[in-house]
Write a protein of this length. Structure first.
Length: 276
């Protein structure tokens, strides 16, 4: 009876977290469970996973794609100046990217159109500092995300800050690069179409769209904006990161130096091997 009661407690916890983060995986759920309850409701890692399987609580992910990057333009491009850099403090490198979110149109055919989510993330803390949801791929929406990030710092830009993005027309535009230059923020861009060249931004996009917004259907852009706002709040304040030693981005914002990682990218492993 006690074992069943313990299982029920875990199941309720998972359902409560999944109500705010529908696609969160078992490892992060277990980390959050132990951070919240500690030894008072101790459940081992393996048993936690057994409960997830027993009650059919595994995440089923869907993959859908749409093009958001147009690099076929005549605008000036900038070199990748972060490819050999591992940031060791907040606001050393910011990364930006754009992803799409479908909005379902009422009707028998089940048709949909897209809106576009611009995100700006701190590479070191994984904290989302700026975001914007727009009807189009116009530059003004990434600009809104950039301005929100600047405002999050009280308008004070740390010396040496670098902004990294893909080579899309929005980030290469004179309007966007002009704002970066006026703020004395260095400009870095990917040198190919390989998503690994902007891996942190790509992962954050995936987390928001395919985890936190998983299974949600939107019928107007205001609903998307409300859901994204709630998702970003949860992501920054409550969701643990294996690349931050189980900390949340907000907790990592108070750190400096190398953070012990439960997960490390191939890029960072390769750079560390070169130094060793």
């Amino acid at each position: 009876m006690e074992r069943l009661a313990s299982e029920a407690f875990v199941v309720e916890f998972i359902k409560e977290i999944r109500s705010r983060d529908p696609g969160i995986g078992g490892g992060k759920l277990w980390t959050m469970y132990h951070k919240r309850f500690g030894p008072s409701h101790s459940v081992g890692y393996n048993r936690f996973y057994d409960i997830i399987e027993k009650y059919d609580l595994k995440v089923r992910k869907r993959r859908r794609r749409a093009k958001t990057t147009d690099s076929a333009h005549g605008l000036p491009l900038y070199p990748n100046i972060v490819k050999d850099l591992i940031p060791l403090r907040p606001s050393h490198v910011w990364v930006s990217d754009i992803t799409y979110i479908p909005i379902w149109i009422q009707g028998e055919d089940g048709e949909y159109e897209f809106c576009y989510l611009s995100l700006l993330t701190d590479y070191y803390t994984k904290q989302i500092l700026g975001w914007s949801v727009g009807e189009t791929l116009e530059t003004k929406y990434p600009m809104e995300a950039l301005k929100m990030a600047v405002e999050s710092l009280g308008g004070i830009i740390p010396e040496g800050l670098i902004h990294h993005s893909d080579r899309g027309v929005q980030y290469a535009s004179y309007e966007y690069t002009g704002l970066l230059k006026s703020l004395h923020i260095g400009i870095s861009m990917t040198e190919s179409g390989d998503p690994k060249d902007n891996a942190v931004a790509e992962r954050v996009n995936n987390t928001i769209k395919n985890e936190l917004l998983m299974g949600m259907e939107f019928h107007d852009i205001d609903d998307v904006r409300k859901a994204v706002k709630a998702a970003v709040e949860f992501y920054n304040h409550e969701r643990p990161h294996m690349s931050l030693d189980g900390m949340t981005p907000d907790e990592a914002a108070h750190c400096e130096g190398e953070i012990r990682k439960k997960w490390c990218s191939y890029r960072e492993k390769a750079l560390k091997d070169l130094v060793a």
